[in-house]
Design a protein around this ligand. Structure first.
Ligand SMILES: [Fe+2]
Length: 413
């Protein structure tokens, strides 16, 4: 991340900063918000009031995860499109999968948030598949639009405000680690390298600060210790008059990802966008395909013997891919090889470009599935590489074993 400064920031850290005149003169409250003790990235914020001030301490409720343990270990396909919209932008998130490094939920909020939210135990990324609006944060407002990755560092008090009447459909990621751009894209000073698929100009922090100096009653829900703790404040949490540093929320739009391609096929790390602990997030952007006249423009079969591979299909013409539409997810778990379905390689030979957009996350540790995945699972996907069994459900699959699709062609990773 680059250095950003908004509002009133004094020339020296940790020195007296006064605001106001005569009887209203007051000393600002400086807060250092940083990672890794005092060794990681940090920002320094100047409050009108102490950020420690609580009016009431509310209740704590643990996070409950409803797990689905399938009878069979197979490749899986699910569709998020039929999931009914509902709930608010944070409480309405519905868990799809998780492990100790990452949680992934789908959200289609229709309701306004009640108060503010702060994640005290993890960073968040929200991929905006559908929707526009603004995330109001203590660092300033962050407008969002379709194809944005909205990255919100832990400790950021914020509130999602989707635009009125606009359909929202998000994929939400939580990690107890840090969301970062990949190390290999950065030089030893942190600046993004020339060959990185994006530059600092593609990352959009808040452009202005909104300072609210009001007395009233505001609820803040803090995610911490695997639960949700509520507090009531009598000072508005956006009482910051200035901040600077390297920690702040920002957006990066998938359309700004500059894809890399080769004379022959490049593997998914060429599409990496973010890194986290034991996982990566990649953007498969519309791109020219492998250009050698003998190239196979689809991925070779591969066995990710150490990782789980999940793909969310965000945009593109999937008419030739029965069963894989926009909004679908594929899960190719560890232990099994996967690749293009029969016939698709021959069909793709000579193709020059693809207009598909997909978001992929690979985890090194196994993923657990929720009952929501069970409800949207297509049990016929596992047999889709065998034309003799195309459309047959896997025994013990979800949806009562009813097949949902015919032949399903392969993902592009
Ligand atoms: Fe793959």
């Amino acid at each position: 991340m680059r250095y950003v400064s908004l509002g009133e920031v004094p020339p020296k850290r940790h020195a007296q900063v006064w605001r106001g005149e005569n009887g209203g003169r007051r000393l600002l409250v400086e807060e250092v918000l940083g990672y890794e003790g005092f060794s990681g990235n940090e920002s320094i914020l100047y409050h009108l009031h102490s950020p420690c001030r609580l009016d009431q301490v509310g209740g704590f409720r643990p996070i409950v995860r409803d797990e689905w343990v399938p009878d069979a270990h197979v490749h899986r396909l699910a569709n998020t499109a039929p999931i009914e919209p509902g709930g608010d932008p944070v409480g309405g998130r519905r868990l799809l999968m998780w492990n100790g490094d990452i949680e992934v939920s789908v959200a289609k909020p229709t309701d306004a948030m009640d108060g503010f939210y702060r994640n005290g135990e993890g960073d968040e990324v929200v991929y905006v598949h559908r929707g526009t609006g603004v995330v109001r944060t203590m660092f300033g407002p962050v407008p969002y639009r379709e194809k944005d990755y909205v990255v919100i560092p832990r400790g950021t008090t914020h509130r999602w405000e989707p635009a009125d009447g606009v359909e929202q459909h998000w994929m939400c990621f939580h990690t107890p680690g840090e969301i970062e751009t990949p190390n290999r894209y950065r030089n030893r000073y942190g600046q993004l390298l020339e060959h990185a698929p994006f530059s600092q100009r593609d990352f959009h922090p808040p452009a202005a600060l909104e300072t609210v100096d009001e007395t009233g009653e505001w609820t803040v829900t803090l995610r911490v210790r695997d639960g949700l703790q509520t507090y009531v404040l009598d000072r508005h949490p956006f009482d910051i008059v200035g901040w600077d540093g390297y920690v702040y929320p920002y957006t990066f739009n998938a359309a700004d990802f500059e894809p890399h391609t080769g004379r022959f096929h490049l593997p998914p790390p060429a599409h990496q966008t973010f890194q986290g602990p034991n996982f990566v997030i990649c953007t498969f952007a519309p791109r020219m395909l492998d250009w050698d006249e003998t190239a196979v423009p689809l991925p070779y079969h591969h066995s990710n013997i150490q990782s789980e591979e999940v793909m969310f299909y965000a945009e593109g013409d999937y008419a030739a891919r029965k069963g894989v539409d926009v909004g679908c997810l594929t899960l190719h778990p560890s232990g099994l090889p996967h690749g293009p379905q029969p016939g698709t390689v021959e069909k793709a030979l000579g193709a020059k470009r693809t207009d598909e957009l997909a978001v992929m996350w690979d985890t090194f540790r196994p993923l657990r599935l929720s009952t929501l995945w069970r409800d949207i699972d297509d049990p016929s996907y596992a047999y889709s590489w065998n034309p003799d069994r195309a459309g047959e459900p896997v025994a013990g699959g979800a949806n009562g074993g009813a097949p949902q699709g015919a032949t399903v062609t392969g993902p592009s990773a």
